[in-house]
Design a protein around this ligand. Structure first.
Ligand SMILES: [Zn+2]
Length: 59
């Protein structure tokens, strides 16, 4: 078990949609990248979450 991380991100991460599997995967990858100190990739991941977000509104 790992403790939750609080890195005080300079960016506002998009909220992953709870019911969306893609959000879950991307958010998980982002956590791993943050832990690795790879902020550049984590930012890209945030962008991915935001972009694919367009598919959420349709229902
Ligand atoms: Zn999603």
């Amino acid at each position: 078990m790992s403790p939750p991380i609080d890195l005080g991100l300079p960016l506002v991460p998009p909220e992953p949609v709870a019911e969306c599997g893609v959000c879950a995967v991307l958010a998980e990858q982002r956590v791993g990248e943050l832990r690795a100190g790879d902020f550049s990739r984590a930012t890209d991941r945030s962008v991915e979450i935001r972009r694919h977000d367009a598919g959420h509104g349709g229902g």
